[in-house]
Ligand binder design. Structure first.
Ligand code: GLU
Length: 326
């Protein structure tokens, strides 16, 4: 085997938002990314994405940590809490100031604008076939692109009515996804000028996530398919902020409920608290279409994970949009 001298270390992460307890959907993401990274001999980090101070709760963070420990999904290094990193995000917002502007448009003003200019209200064209199909399967209603009403208004960035928008580049951006194949898009045309900080001071997910993945030198990002449309924004942010980007993306098919909705805290997915850890792991691995040994659920979580890491294979997930209905 060729030994590359400066090969980048393999680092993955699980980055839950503590807006609820771990459920089967978030558990399958955790199990998949843990097994994948460990099968590559890498480090698996835990980052609690608790920037949304209105919806995130410390009790949910504690519960997620406890569940991961009980399931044998032990992370490497210290747990990182985004709520402790506000000063870092502010520094990057400052550094990106040439590409940002303050926006004071309220929802009401925007709906009035869209009423008067119906052409602006049309949902953006999704160029990439993968993203288009995903939007169709998930029934996502992509919001119209922000019509840049405040681009030249020079509002004060520190004003309490100001949110900060970042201009994403109007260029073709592509990335290779180890599950979904080649994904390409134009961030300016599909997402527009994204809000990175809200009026209430809250930093938006995509900014914090992009910065932390860069600063933590994450090489492999495995997460739910629902986040895939934001990946081109993440790449653009890392590029603008001179931060490294992940080399490998894997957007996992989602679990759905009987109504065809993605399993999430919003649609009240059941917390996993009451089930036996070994059975839960076997359930997650079955949903992830991984090989299961006889009587596996009778083993310890350590034994199950050892087997799962040894046999981990993304092949059965390739080009899949759903892990099925639970
Ligand atoms: N915090 C996000 C969530 O819980 C996931 C972020 C990511 O993996 O990039 O949905």
């Amino acid at each position: 085997m060729v030994n590359l001298p400066n090969a980048r270390p393999v680092i993955g992460r699980f980055a839950p938002s503590p807006t609820g307890h771990l459920h089967l959907g978030s558990l399958t993401t955790a199990v998949a990314s843990f097994c994948h990274i460990k099968s590559l001999g890498g480090r698996w980090l835990l980052r609690i994405e608790d920037v949304d101070f209105e919806r995130c709760k410390a009790e949910y963070s504690a519960s997620i940590l406890e569940d991961l420990q009980n399931l044998g999904l032990h992370w490497d290094g210290e747990t990182v809490y985004q709520s402790n990193r506000m000063a870092i995000y502010e520094e990057y917002i400052h550094a990106l100031h040439a590409q940002t502007y303050a926006c004071q448009c309220s929802r009401k003003q925007l709906s009035e604008h869209f009423r008067q200019h119906p052409k602006d209200a049309i949902s953006p064209v999704i160029f990439s076939e993968v993203l288009r199909q995903m939007n169709a399967t998930e029934g996502l209603n992509t919001p119209p692109i922000y019509p840049r009403l405040c681009l030249h208004s020079h509002h004060d960035i520190g004003h309490p009515d100001s949110k900060i928008r970042l201009c994403l580049p109007d260029t073709l951006t592509a990335f290779f996804d180890g599950i979904q194949g080649v994904v390409w898009d134009n961030p300016a045309k599909s997402l527009g000028d994204v809000v990175i900080k809200r009026q209430n001071g809250m930093i938006n997910y995509i900014l914090a996530c992009a910065i932390d993945d860069g600063l933590q030198n994450i090489s492999h990002i495995m997460r739910g398919l629902d986040i895939m449309p934001m990946t081109v924004a993440q790449l653009a942010i890392n590029h603008a902020a001179h931060l490294p980007t992940a080399d490998h993306f894997y957007h996992l098919p989602l679990l759905h409920n009987a109504d065809g909705q993605k399993l999430s805290k919003q649609n009240l997915a059941q917390p996993i608290k009451h089930a036996r850890p070994s059975e839960l792991l076997v359930h997650a691995l079955t949903l992830l279409k991984q090989p299961i040994a006889d009587d596996m659920a009778d083993g310890t979580v350590g034994e199950i994970l050892q087997f799962a890491i040894k046999h981990w294979d993304t092949a059965p997930l390739i080009h899949q949009g759903s892990l099925g209905v639970v």
